[in-house]
Design a protein around this ligand. Structure first.
Ligand code: GLC
Length: 547
């Protein structure tokens, strides 16, 4: 069904707060973002994912919400939001927004009312215990920054459950009234023009910890189907892109038969991609992709190189995690967080080597699924490890070499977060304007690569398979959809090579280069041996390009 637009999408995640400041107060806002829509559209993006922009005390970068029906006043108004979705749609850009309903901020009026009055209807919106449960120290998500999952509230006279920080109280989704609230929130934003949601922390959203044994609690997966049904009634083409980092024997449940979540982030793909890039061997990635279940027809994996959180490596062994740190030359003390991940952007992991950066994004754009970029990746932004926890990678977008990187005209001590200003990632050298002028820049490369990716819909839509090669450093795969076939080769090692591919006869007929890291001799008909530079990549269309 050609209507499944997300199979051909390239998604761009951004945080309004640090993207573009339109009113000069030091905080990014919707007015500033509207001004940058042409930039985003020009990059070839067709769907923007907005990180939380709702009213918040901002103790978890907005993932701690106090009002689901409003815009954080620092970022604008609901009017600005509607103007934004409208302007985005004029440019063919869809918008999806973060739906954070596993928990609310403890400052949310629901939680406040629940604490004040045991008989309030809001009491049962949350999860309580009179005594501290014995397992309270287990299952903590932010070790080092969070001690327990149950915290005592004086006013309530009871312990409340919080899977994440203690200022994020978990909602009781077994309570039908809470579900109704969630649907109302979804309905509200759909009505304001969004095309769906990135759903936060889905496995925790449906977990039963501390929840009474109700009919709803007995079938937690049913909730996912209900969410999907609601969505379909309100807006047929809307999607849910779910954050699910679960073991492979559980993950297919989140797709269901195509009746639950349409898109799941591929955390395994991300982790095995990282290991493959560090080790300069294709095997980990091949094994990672093969271990994932094949999504149902309407389902899709979403691939990324880095997201807005730490680079989670929890599905790898301790030895593999240490190998990654070592091969990327990282100091564990400085970069390792929550016992499972690296709080850095990608370029600093590969010494800012343009060849390795392009290799990683070329892989992301060709893996069989939907690619998701995090703002700033298109220009190769770095990080600031002096900023606490994950905020190290959430510095303001670098637009130009003007003060504050062109992000804001405010005094730099008023900025919501400081801009990177040290070489080689400082805004003085690394910014959008400079890269626009440079034909060899990452930005220009990204634009071209995204265009080509869209001209090769097989990568997003097709049946895929690994092509066997005689070189363990080469990742080669083939995607076929309708009458088209594309093949992509990626050399993960620094050594150039001539790789011998086990091609099907029909593929060997004629391979036309559509994107490559440098000019190569064309591939002769019937040839199975293909040249690749160190960290080189080549995308081919089988049977010539029909343009
Ligand atoms: C998700 C978000 C993360 C946030 C957490 C709690 O994992 O990606 O940034 O801290 O949920 O909402």
């Amino acid at each position: 069904m050609i209507d499944l637009w997300y199979k051909g999408a390239v998604i761009y995640c951004l945080d309004v707060e640090v993207y573009m400041d339109g009113n000069g107060d030091g905080v990014g806002d919707f007015v500033g973002l509207i001004d940058r829509l042409d930039y985003i559209a020009g990059l070839g993006i067709n769907c923007i994912w907005l990180m939380p922009f709702y009213p918040t005390p901002n103790r978890d970068n907005g993932y701690d919400i106090t009002d689901y029906y409003n815009v954080d006043p620092r970022l604008g108004t609901l009017g600005d939001f509607v103007e934004f979705t409208r302007q985005a749609s004029h440019r063919g850009l869809r918008v999806i927004v973060d739906l954070v309903v596993n928990h609310t901020s403890t400052d949310h009026p629901w939680f406040q009312a629940a604490c004040k009055d045991k008989n309030s209807k809001y009491r049962d919106y949350y999860v309580w215990a009179e005594e501290k449960p014995e397992n309270a120290e287990e299952g903590v998500i932010f070790p080092g920054y969070q001690e327990s999952t149950w915290t005592y509230n004086e006013e309530a006279g009871a312990y409340y459950f919080h899977r994440f920080y203690d200022h994020q109280a978990d909602l009781n989704v077994a309570n039908p009234e809470v579900r109704e609230e969630i649907y109302k929130v979804m309905g509200f934003w759909l009505q304001l023009g969004v095309s769906g949601f990135r759903v936060d922390a889905v496995p925790f959203l449906i977990e039963l910890e501390g929840i009474k044994d109700t009919a709803e609690a007995k079938d937690p997966l049913l909730f996912l189907k209900e969410i999907r049904n609601f969505l379909s009634w309100r807006r047929g083409d809307a999607i849910v892109l779910a954050e699910v980092n679960e073991p492979m024997d559980k993950i297919a449940d989140y797709f269901g038969d195509g009746d639950r979540m349409q898109l799941l982030f591929s955390f395994l793909g991300n982790q095995t991609l990282t290991l493959a890039l560090a080790r300069e061997e294709a095997t980990p990635l091949i094994e990672g992709l093969k271990a994932q279940p094949v999504p149902p027809d309407v389902g899709q994996w979403a691939y990324f190189v880095r997201n807005h959180d730490e680079l989670t490596l929890d599905k790898l062994s301790d030895a593999e995690q240490n190998e990654i740190l070592q091969r990327f030359g990282q100091d564990k003390e400085q970069v390792w967080i929550y016992d499972r991940g690296i709080r850095r952007r990608f370029p600093p992991l590969v010494d800012n080597d343009p060849r390795r950066i392009r290799l990683a994004y070329s892989l992301m754009l060709t893996l069989p699924g939907t690619p998701v970029l995090f703002y700033g990746e298109e220009i190769g932004m770095g990080d600031d490890l002096s900023i606490e926890e994950r905020n190290a990678i959430r510095t303001p977008m670098q637009w130009s070499d003007q003060p504050n990187g062109g992000f804001s005209t405010a005094d730099s001590d008023k900025l919501v977060r400081s801009v990177i200003n040290e070489e080689p990632y400082g805004y003085q050298q690394l910014n959008v304007i400079a890269q626009r002028r440079d034909p060899g820049s990452l930005l220009n490369w990204m634009e071209r690569a995204i265009r080509m990716r869209k001209e090769c819909p097989e990568f997003g839509w097709g049946q895929w398979e690994i092509i066997e090669t005689d070189n363990p450093a080469v990742f080669a795969h083939r995607c076929e959809w309708r009458k088209g076939t594309v093949i992509a080769l990626h050399n993960l090692s620094s050594q150039s090579c001539v790789v011998s591919l086990q091609l099907k006869d029909e593929d060997a007929n004629c391979l036309t280069d559509v994107l490559e890291d440098q000019p190569y001799e064309g591939v002769e008909q019937g040839c199975h041996d293909i040249e690749l530079e160190g960290y080189g990549y080549r995308w081919f269309r089988v049977g010539g390009v029909h343009l």
